[in-house]
Structure formats: structure tokens, C-alpha cells
Design a protein around this ligand. Structure first.
Ligand SMILES: N[C@@H](CCC(=O)N[C@@H](CS)C(=O)NCC(=O)O)C(=O)O
Length: 291
């Protein structure tokens, strides 16, 4: 069974991040062919997805039978129904019902935050002063996240116990709050930190950086600051050296491109595999296994 998943620019397209996490976080990657539409053409997203009509937004997923799903929650529900053992929704009924209402509230609400604080995985900014509407929504997030953790007795970082669709849907919101320097509410602060540390989210960001997808069109007009989550390992791309590995940790193909980390040299099968690793080496278990 193979799905086609069509996504937008990794550094700025919020719902595309959520849809990708639904695949990546639940072990469905091998069943999905992903296409990233980038850069944006003059006619915007509508022109980019013209051959997917009547879909007009990203993400869009085509099922093996040819159904075109052009909405994040439709993608989430379809994947959850088709892969009941993958854990997209929590198994526990109380947690599942709560996760469903949370995910759908995110999808249908928070218009001030979604419109005013665009997602940016390229850069982060010095704190901005929230408007009144944004403040109301920020307070609402703290209320529903705190309530959820309490009634589901969540002990780990995620809202309803194990990572679920609710967390995938809120990942872009966590990035927004990190982007614009907001961290005064305690539950929000911990939850945002969990998303920034999440290896899957970090891999998505690393791929966006490696593909050079940053664009002034999407940047906020204010002073930038370093990305709030430190990159724990530092690597550089190099032209020469003898790699410790003969085959690429991702594809198994012969090594052609090199990086250096802590005086050690490792190889990859193409520039993108190498550069996504340089962007955040610790985010890639297949690479860290070599260390
Ligand atoms: N309801 C859709 C909304 C998706 C959406 O608005 N995607 C944006 C990019 S993040 C887009 O494609 N915008 C272009 C447009 O609406 O023309 C979903 O949840 O998937």
C-alpha cells in the first residue's frame, strides 16, 4: 500500500509539518512517497497543486485507490483508520476522546496565532508583544494543555500519554511560540521544549535547512535570534578524507559525500543526505548509530 503525500516548504508550511509527523512518528514512512513542492511559483500554492485539483492546499495525500485528501485532519483520520495498530490516536478511550477534541480545536481555531505568528523553522525572533486576540489564544492553549495532561494523567512530554495526532497537530503551534519568544506559562513552556527537542521535528527542520528552503517572502520583519534548541553535535561538510563507513547510513549506497565530526569522517550517498546530517547530526538515529 503506497500513499502519495504532497507537502510544502519544510521551513514555513505549518500543516505540512503536521502531516509529515503523522507519517514519520508512527512508522509509516516506508508506505509513503513524499513530494515537497518548492519553491513557490508565481501563482502560489493553487498553481503548484493545479494537477491535484480539486485540492488547492497543502498537505494533500492521494490514497492507493486514488482518493485525494486535501485536509490535515482527513489525512490523520484516514491514516488512523487504515493503520489501527500504529497508535495515531491513543488506545485509552478517555485519552483518545480528549486527543480528538484537542486536534480538532487546533484545526478549526487559533486564527489570531495562525495568522499573526507564522511558523518559521529557519529562524527565531526576539519576543514580540502579543495582540489582545493572540493573548487570549495563548491563554487558551495553556488551559487546554494543562487540563488534558491532568485528566489523561500524562507523565511524559506529550499531551495524552504517548505521542499522538494531537501532538503532531500542535507541533507547528509549539514552533510558533518558540519563534516569537513566548514562554511564560508553565505547561506551555515544557510542551514547547518537548517539541523542539523531538528528533522527528528536528529531522524535518534539518532537511529544510539542507535543501536551502529559506525565503525572505516568509520571514518576519524583526530582529532574529539563535534557534532556541541547541544543536548538540557539530559537524562540517568536507571534500577530502577517508570515511569510517563504506555505505550511506540512510540508503546503503556507496559513499560519495563526506562530513567531519569530532575529527572523524563519515560518508553519505549524496549531498542532501550529508547536508541534512550536518544541519543536526544528533537527529538521525541511523547516523548516530555509526558514532
Ligand atoms: N485545511 C487545510 C489547510 C491547509 C493550508 O491552509 N495549507 C496552506 C499552507 S500551510 C496552504 O496550502 N495555503 C495555500 C492556500 O490556501 O491557498 C489543512 O488542514 O490541511
Amino acid at each position: 500500500m503506497t500513499y502519495r503525500l504532497i507537502l510544502g516548504n519544510r521551513l514555513y508550511f505549518s500543516w505540512s509539518l503536521s502531516a509529515w509527523l503523522m507519517v514519520e512518528r508512527f512508522g509509516l514512512r516506508d508506505q509513503v512517497n513524499t513530494t515537497i513542492l518548492y519553491p513557490e511559483t508565481e501563482g502560489g500554492v493553487a498553481a503548484m497543486v493545479a494537477d491535484l485539483a480539486p485540492a488547492q492546499t497543502l498537505p494533500t495525500m492521494i490514497t492507493p485507490e486514488g482518493a485525494t485528501l486535501s485536509d490535515s485532519m482527513a489525512i490523520a483520520e484516514e491514516l488512523a483508520t487504515r493503520h489501527p495498530d500504529a497508535g495515531l490516536w491513543p488506545a485509552d478511550p478517555l485519552a483518545r476522546g480528549t486527543a480528538r477534541t484537542l486536534a480538532n480545536e487546533m484545526h478549526s481555531s487559533f486564527r489570531a496565532l495562525r495568522g499573526g505568528w507564522p511558523v518559521n523553522l529557519h529562524r527565531s525572533y526576539h519576543s514580540v508583544t502579543p495582540t489582545g486576540d493572540v493573548t487570549v489564544e495563548i491563554d487558551r492553549l495553556e488551559t487546554i494543555w494543562t487540563h488534558t495532561r491532568k485528566i489523561t494523567k500524562a507523565e511524559g512530554p506529550w499531551l495524552c500519554g504517548p505521542y499522538s495526532i494531537a501532538d503532531a497537530i500542535f507541533a507547528p503551534m509549539a514552533v510558533r511560540l518558540a519563534n516569537y519568544g513566548f514562554d511564560i506559562h508553565p505547561t506551555t513552556k515544557t510542551y514547547v521544549a518537548a517539541h523542539l527537542a523531538d528528533l522527528a521535528l528536528r529531522r524535518w527542520r534539518a532537511m529544510g535547512l539542507a535543501a536551502g528552503q529559506s525565503s525572505d517572502v516568509f520571514e518576519y520583519d524583526g530582529p532574529a535570534k539563535p534557534w532556541p534548541e541547541a544543536i548538540p553535535l557539530v559537524a562540517i561538510a568536507v571534500a577530502d578524507g577517508t570515511p569510517e563507513n563504506a555505505s550511506c547510513p540512510y540508503s546503503g549506497d556507496p559513499v560519495t559525500h563526506l562530513l567531519r565530526l569530532d575529527g572523524r569522517t563519515f560518508g553519505f550517498c549524496n549531498a542532501f543526505c550529508r547536508d541534512k546530517t550536518v544541519a543536526d547530526p544528533a537527529a538521525w538515529p541511523a547516523f548516530t548509530a555509526l558514532l
